[in-house]
Design a protein around this ligand. Sequence first.
Ligand code: NAG
Ligand code: NAG
Ligand code: NAG
Ligand code: NAG
Length: 311
Amino acid sequence: MKPTSSPKPSTSRVSLIIILPLILFIFVTLIVYPNESKSQATTSDCTTLVDPHVNFIEQVRVKPDFRLFIGVLTVPGNYERRNLIRLAYAIQPNHTAHVDIKFVFCNVTKEEDIVLVALEIIRYEDIIILHCAENMDGGKTYTYFSSLPKIFEGEQPYDYVMKTDDDTYLRLNNLVDTLNRLPRESLYFGLMSPCFGLKFDHYMSGMGYVVSWDLVEWIATSDVARTHLKGPEDLITGRWFREGGKTVHMYDATPAMYDYFEPRHVLCFRHDFIPDTVAVHKLKDNLRWARTLKYFNVTDRLKPSRLYHLP
Ligand SMILES: *[C@@H]1O[C@H](CO)[C@@H](O)[C@H](O)[C@H]1NC(C)=O
Ligand SMILES: *[C@@H]1O[C@H](CO)[C@@H](O)[C@H](O)[C@H]1NC(C)=O
Ligand SMILES: *[C@@H]1O[C@H](CO)[C@@H](O)[C@H](O)[C@H]1NC(C)=O
Ligand SMILES: *[C@@H]1O[C@H](CO)[C@@H](O)[C@H](O)[C@H]1NC(C)=O
């Protein structure tokens, strides 16, 4: 699995891109550090300046952090879960990327939801309402991906888009660290499913998968995607790329993404918590969320106080 090579610019442009900054660098160096450059010139020749290792370090340092958009597909009525997810992500430690998380609905129709969801939006600004009727496997994921280029038009572009559900807990630090090592294009990252069987029909589990922005744009314009909507959404997404003839680089996060452990149902995608977790899925009740957050020491920062006591 290799990253795609982007089309090569012409040789003259490449040399211009390399030489111009180099000349500028030498010029600035001579002016600002006349003494340092003199002493350098006596101890080494100019090849030091184009040492590939040094260049590489410079590039890494100046490279802007990537931008990730995470859509949590949920339904208007899940108020309590949204609150829990907001809390869980709000107190996660720092990471190096720009990550935006929003909840994603189809259209809101119930009288109470129209008002209560409006309150949430005013307070949190973290909800997207798509033009569709609420559905599980009838194309909500397609509407989600294909709406994003229009929704974010004219804004600073994202490098990656993630689709996840409201029963998945993501450890953003580990997700960001993992994505930092992966290509920015043609990327299809997640828990490879099924974890057994033949390779040709593999897809990334719906618990949470990341596609690079070029694939989001491809989905938005692909006739194959637009006309193949019905069925398990994660499996269908994998088929769009295959049947649309789109080359994607699949990166399997096993064992860092998995289902909450249930001893009676041991399967290859379900195991006990591990420290290097990216995502835990099937968090269908508060007890499971609590045990998961406890394992990852999320509440360790609670300060002692006379105001409260917890066992
Ligand atoms: C540069 O070197 C000269 C003598 O070699 C010294 O007098 C001067 O202070 C140095 N300048 C700087 C900016 O270090
Ligand atoms: C995140 O980083 C900022 C600045 O480096 C720091 O002030 C803040 O305490 C950090 N937050 C956490 C949760 O580590
Ligand atoms: C909203 O959903 C209803 C079904 O619940 C549907 O009839 C209607 O067309 C949808 N509206 C839009 C704008 O998609
Ligand atoms: C949680 O904290 C305990 C005690 O400090 C430590 O041993 C454990 O490795 C931590 N767990 C994780 C997942 O970081």
